[in-house]
Design a protein around this ligand. Structure first.
Ligand code: NAD
Length: 471
């Protein structure tokens, strides 16, 4: 396969072009460097038809064979990881080494999911009967992903959906469609036609998918606002849904934590991918005793960061991915400035084209300020002082979101006590941003609905079916 500038849809195992296109911009240069096909309602119908036609054959393919094909796909991804990485940097903005790492992580994630099993559960084996619970695939799955992790989050959906015997139509974000389109192209040589289809399009395509009757399930990752629209559209025909949505993750740093260790880990945890991570720390509560030490070290690290075009080897943080997000973060910065908050800015950023922003720390803003209350999803991190642990847990939990969080202390038992009291789907002690294919990932409150990853994640792509067998 070549990574030329020819991007096509994958439908029924074939390359499909469209008359209309969506320009794809490099966020570091603001130049349109590629054209992605714009699928319309007719193209979507064709993809769903192809996926439905492929479903019975794929469902009835032995799990062992489905696994073998997914492992072959993982190998092909890894063999092309440098080309995928270069394309990723151009469309997403992330520095090249980290872009390649997302691709390799995607290949390994696929391997890890493919190694899982979903055996029949024997829930009764009495004199009279045997009752078996089977987990059967649902049908055609719509996999809808955002622009911040365009490759890995696609794999989070494709891998369990395909392993369990469903067929898939993948829709990447209009901002970052290219790696997904190339993944579709790569899959044509490996998977049976129609098992995995990839459609790019403009803003109209997502709503068309969430209301399309041909899908049995929508697995969606994106903002909470869009997630609610997906849920409403899916209600019409009771499609199954999994929603992985926004977060405003809190970290709580207790007085006995090592300020340097915390600041180093927190810098990575908050600013990785230019802070465009659903599970990034977005509110950092630090005990008053070590607040100054953590703040000063974080500020020093922000000053050392090199923000710029991710295709340069020395760059540590790329641009914000798109103009809308850039403006959103700019408006949060402007709000913080106009309300008199103290901003500690990181290194200078390139002038001219590109959605670049300095990594910025906000020094102890009030709890009700916009930068604390809203999911910034960009490089602005509020640090808040606290003295009372009960009070800070209440502040951390007083939020519509509940995706993830972290607790920092030399005393693990004490940290565990705090962790148990935080209303989040994942919580880390003395670390952050940990996820794994065998560990369930979910959100409290408006951070999500359902579970991805782990056995529960596999189950969400299946229908439970009880079979009563007399003896
Ligand atoms: P978004 O909600 O704008 O878009 C996500 C995807 O949904 C895109 O592919 C988009 O084209 C599509 N879409 C838009 N309207 C749709 C509709 N009505 N029906 C179906 N699909 C539709 O989100 P975004 O700006 O791309 O991503 C950023 C958001 O994603 C942040 O809030 C972030 O926290 C969240 N996110 C969550 C997780 C998680 O696992 N919880 C992971 C990454 C990102």
């Amino acid at each position: 396969m070549t990574f030329d500038d020819d991007f096509t849809l994958t439908i029924g195992g074939k390359s499909v072009s469209t008359r209309a296109y969506v320009p794809v911009l490099n966020p570091a240069t603001e130049e349109a460097f590629a054209k992605a096909p714009a699928a319309d309602a007719g193209t979507l119908d064709a993809a769903v038809t192809a996926a439905r036609a492929a479903f019975p054959g794929w469902r009835d393919t032995a799990l062992k064979e489905r696994r073998r094909l997914l492992l072959a796909l993982a190998d092909a991804i890894e063999q092309n990881s440098d080309d995928f990485g270069r394309l990723f940097t151009r469309e997403q903005g992330r520095p090249i080494k980290l872009a390649v790492r997302e691709i390799v992580t995607g290949a390994n994630w696929l391997r890890s999911v493919a190694s899982q099993d979903l055996p029949i559960d024997l829930v009764e084996d009495s004199e009279a009967r045997r009752v078996e619970v089977h987990h059967v695939p649902l049908g055609v799955v719509a996999a809808i992903v955002p622009w911040n992790f365009p490759f890995l989050l696609a794999i989070w959906k494709i891998a369990p959906a395909l392993l369990t015997g469903n067929t898939v139509v993948l829709k990447p974000s209009p901002y970052t469609p290219l790696c997904a389109l190339k993944l579709g192209e790569l899959s044509r040589q490996i998977l049976p036609p129609g098992v995995f289809n990839v459609l790019s399009g403009d803003d109209a395509l997502g709503p068309l998918m969430s209301s399309h009757k041909g899908f049995a399930k929508i697995s969606f990752t994106g903002s909470t606002a869009t997630g609610k629209r997906v849920m409403a559209a899916a209600a019409n025909d009771l499609k199954r849904i999994t929603l992985e949505l926004g977060g405003n993750d809190a970290a709580i740093v207790l007085a006995d934590a090592d300020p340097e260790v915390v600041a180093d880990a927190m810098f990575a945890g908050a600013f990785f991918n230019t802070a465009q991570v659903c599970i990034a720390t977005k509110r950092l509560y630090i005990h008053n005793d070590i607040y100054d030490a953590v703040r000063d070290r974080l500020h020093a690290l922000a000053e050392q960061a090199i923000v710029g075009d991710g295709s340069r080897d020395d760059v540590t943080h790329g641009p914000v991915q798109n103009l809308a997000q850039f403006r959103r973060v700019q408006s949060l910065i402007a709000d913080a400035e106009s309300t008199g908050l103290t901003l500690l800015r990181g290194s200078r950023v390139p002038e001219g084209a590109g959605y670049f922003l300095p990594l910025t720390i906000v020094d102890n803003p009030p709890e009700d300020s916009a930068v604390v209350q809203e999911e910034a999803f960009g490089p602005i991190l509020p640090l808040m002082r606290f003295t009372d642990v009960d009070e800070v847990i209440a502040r951390a939990n007083d939020c519509d979101y509940g995706l993830a969080g972290s607790v920092w202390s030399r005393d693990i038992a004490r940290a565990l006590d705090v962790a148990k009291r935080m209303d989040t789907g994942s919580i880390w002690i003395n670390q952050n941003r940990q996820v794994a294919a065998h560990v369930p990932f979910s959100g409290f409150k408006q951070s999500g609905f359902g579970v991805e990853n782990g056995r529960q994640g596999l189950l969400e792509f299946t229908q439970t079916k009880a079979i009563y067998i007399p003896k």
